[in-house]
Structures are given as structure tokens and as C-alpha cells.
Write a protein that binds this ligand. Structure first.
Ligand code: ATP
Ligand code: MG
Length: 258
């Protein structure tokens, strides 16, 4: 088997007496969509926050391309090629689509205009934003200068996913990207996720939506009580099997060979 792109070994994070993650493992392989499912409070968001530098684990190891990494901030993880869309959607509503895509990595004009006068290269960012959005088939976004607050929920999610796909060079992590979306918008975001994978980026997808998970996931990591209970696939198990393992009603099948 090929080596994982991203791996967590025995990650632990405590908040006082609350154990958010309790010795959790995770493996993400090249070219796959790995769904992470589990009950509320199972530690899914905490686990991916550790992988994306948003929290520093108390113990355990994170390996990117087989090498240990120690992210202190989300910027560290981004610089290493890991782009994350958090559960609390991180778009700036007052800014337009292009500005949102380049938020935190604005491009300056070439020469002294950029280096001395710090002038932003708006037309370049706008063209790039258009290219990224159309590359991902977001055809409904006619006007890249439209404020994100005037977009629908699905379009906002699309902007967030497009941003992660545009800048993630190794891994894209999405925490509940289809929550609160209608059927059509949810399906569009699912298609975006497939497109991201098909362009060669592995994706970690956290979701409570079992039909979505079973539709797009290559493998399904089941998180329970702060750690990985097991990994199944949509072929090996049914949705009700997954829910039974998630809730502890059924024993998990043995852990896959690491
Ligand atoms: N900053 C924090 N301070 C204290 N406790 C926290 C903090 N973050 C998470 N926890 C606790 O850690 C546990 C795991 O939370 P986490 O958000 O990772 O769960 P989750 O699996 O993402 O849940 P959900 O499905 O509801 O999003 C919960 O019991 C939660 O209350
Ligand atoms: Mg969560």
C-alpha cells in the first residue's frame, strides 16, 4: 500500500477535565476522500484542528508525507499545503468573492507600486478568482465582484471550498461543508469535493450527512469517544452499520492494518 499523505498517531487534547481527543489516529492516502463521522462531541473538529494547526495537541505525532510536523498556527499548516474550511464558515461577508479567495494572501502589484506603495493587484486577483471558480464548475457566480453576503449559503460554501482547493497543495480539510445547505446546493458542494479529489488533492470530509458520506467517500473514519473506532468503506458497510458503530450499538470491526 502507498504511504499516507497525512497521518496522525495517538493525538490527545484535554481541556481541563474534558478529553476532546483521546489518543486518536488518522490516515489520509493520496487521491482519496476520507470521510470522518461520529456523534456530536466525538472529537472530529478537535482532531482536524490539530491537523490544521488550529490547536496544539498535548501529545501524539502528525506526519506530512511521512515527516513529523509541528504546527503552531493555522498559517503553519497552510504554508505546508494543508487548507481547511472550518465548521464555523470562515468567509468575510462584506468582501467580494475575489477578496475572499485571496484573504490573508493578497497579491501586490509588481514593482515599486506593490513593494513600496503596497498597492493590491486587484485585476490580477479578480482574473485568478474567476479562473479558480470556473475551474471548479461554479458557473452560477457571474460576478466575481459580488459581495459574499449577497450570495446564497451554497454559493458561500462554494467560495470557501474553491479557496481551499485553489491554495491547498497537499490536503484539503472540510468540516461540515454541506450542513445547512439545500439539496441542490449540497449536491453542488459534493461535486466540488469530487472535482478537488479528481484534480489530485486528497480530502478529509467531516459530515453528519450519511447519504452524502456514502455517496462521495472512498473510506470512512469513525470517530467515537475521542478516538478512531475503525475505518470502513461504503462497499464494506451500510449506513445503518456505520451508525451502529458510531453510537456504540455495534462493535467496530478490527482496525485496518496501518
Ligand atoms: N475549546 C474547548 N474548550 C473546552 N472543551 C472543548 C473545546 N473544544 C472542544 N471541546 C470539547 O471536546 C469534545 C469534542 O469536541 P469537538 O468539537 O471536537 O466534537 P465534534 O465531534 O466536532 O462534534 P460536532 O459533531 O458537534 O461538531 C466535546 O466534548 C467538546 O465539548
Ligand atoms: Mg465539530
Amino acid at each position: 500500500m502507498t504511504a499516507p499523505v497525512l497521518e496522525a498517531r495517538g493525538l490527545t487534547k484535554r481541556y481541563g477535565r474534558v478529553v476532546a481527543i483521546d489518543g486518536s489516529d488518522l490516515s489520509l492516502y493520496p487521491g482519496e476522500i476520507l470521510a470522518v463521522i461520529g456523534d456530536n462531541g466525538a472529537g472530529k473538529s478537535s482532531l482536524i484542528k490539530a491537523l490544521s494547526g488550529a490547536l496544539i495537541p498535548d501529545s501524539g505525532d502528525i506526519l506530512l508525507d511521512g515527516k513529523p510536523v509541528h504546527f503552531r498556527t493555522p498559517m503553519d499548516a497552510r504554508a505546508a499545503g494543508i487548507e481547511t474550511v472550518y465548521q464555523t464558515l470562515a468567509v468575510a461577508p462584506g468582501l467580494d468573492i475575489a477578496d475572499n479567495l485571496f484573504l490573508g494572501r493578497e497579491q501586490r502589484k509588481p514593482g515599486v507600486l506593490g513593494s513600496v506603495f503596497r498597492m493590491l493587484d486587484r485585476s490580477h486577483m479578480r482574473d485568478e478568482a474567476k479562473r479558480h471558480m470556473s475551474e471548479l464548475g461554479v458557473a452560477t457566480l457571474q460576478n466575481i465582484g459580488q459581495a459574499v453576503e449577497s450570495l446564497s449559503g451554497g454559493q458561500r460554501q462554494a467560495v470557501a471550498v474553491a479557496r481551499s482547493a485553489a491554495f491547498g497543495s497537499k490536503v484539503v480539510i472540510l468540516d461540515e461543508p454541506t450542513a445547512a445547505l439545500g439539496v441542490k446546493e449540497g449536491n453542488r458542494v459534493l461535486q466540488l469535493i469530487r472535482d478537488v479529489r479528481d484534480r489530485g488533492l486528497p480530502v478529509i470530509l467531516i459530515s453528519h450527512n450519511m447519504p452524502h458520506v456514502f455517496e462521495v467517500a472512498d473510506r470512512i473514519h469513525i470517530q467515537r469517544l475521542g478516538r478512531r473506532a475503525t475505518v470502513i468503506t461504503p462497499k464494506s458497510h451500510s449506513m445503518s452499520d456505520a451508525v451502529a458503530i458510531m453510537t456504540g450499538a455495534a462493535d467496530p470491526p478490527p482496525e485496518p492494518a496501518a
